[in-house]
Design a protein around this ligand. Structure first.
Ligand code: DAT
Ligand code: MG
Length: 139
């Protein structure tokens, strides 16, 4: 089957703004299953692993600092093609250009905040999903 799991994070801006429920609602309304949901405080080590692909980029430092600014809701979702499907729900990385109807397009703030404050993370491939689920949910 095409059943997949994906790692979704409600970033600190989403948790702070009280949007965790709205974001989970959209995931469930789409038909994806919540497999695990946990409010976590990230650590520098965890974020270094999670964002390894971005190390060295100019936005890496501010991104990690932002992700340490408050708790994160770590979520594993499951469903048919949910990796691509959640990224479609999330919208483009930059909330200013994210389409209306998407999480970032509807709820993302583009005034006075940096691009990293875009509410959610979603895995971008089956390989990333397996890797990221292992980082956030160690069994
Ligand atoms: P996405 O979260 O849409 O998969 P990404 O993996 O390319 O985007 O980048 C990870 C995060 O880093 C992204 O959610 C926000 C931040 N980011 C990406 N590009 C950026 C940029 N040019 N300036 C500032 N932050 C950026
Ligand atoms: Mg990404």
């Amino acid at each position: 089957t095409d059943a997949q799991r994906s790692l979704v994070l409600v970033k600190p801006d989403g948790v702070r703004r009280g949007l965790s429920g709205e974001i989970l609602r959209r995931i469930e309304a789409k038909g994806y299953t919540l497999v695990a949901v946990e409010l976590r405080s990230a650590t520098p080590e965890l974020l270094a692993a999670h964002y390894a692909e971005h190390e060295g980029k100019p936005f890496y430092g501010p991104l990690v600092e932002f992700m340490l600014s408050g708790p994160v809701l770590a979520v594993v979702i499951e469903g048919q093609r949910c990796i691509e499907g959640f990224r479609s729900l999330a919208g483009a990385t930059d909330p200013t250009v994210a389409a209306p109807g998407t999480i970032r397009g509807d709820l993302g703030r583009d005034w006075g905040v940096a691009v990293q404050q875009n509410l959610v993370h979603g895995s971008d491939s089956e390989e990333s999903a397996a890797r990221e689920i292992g980082i956030w949910f160690t069994s």
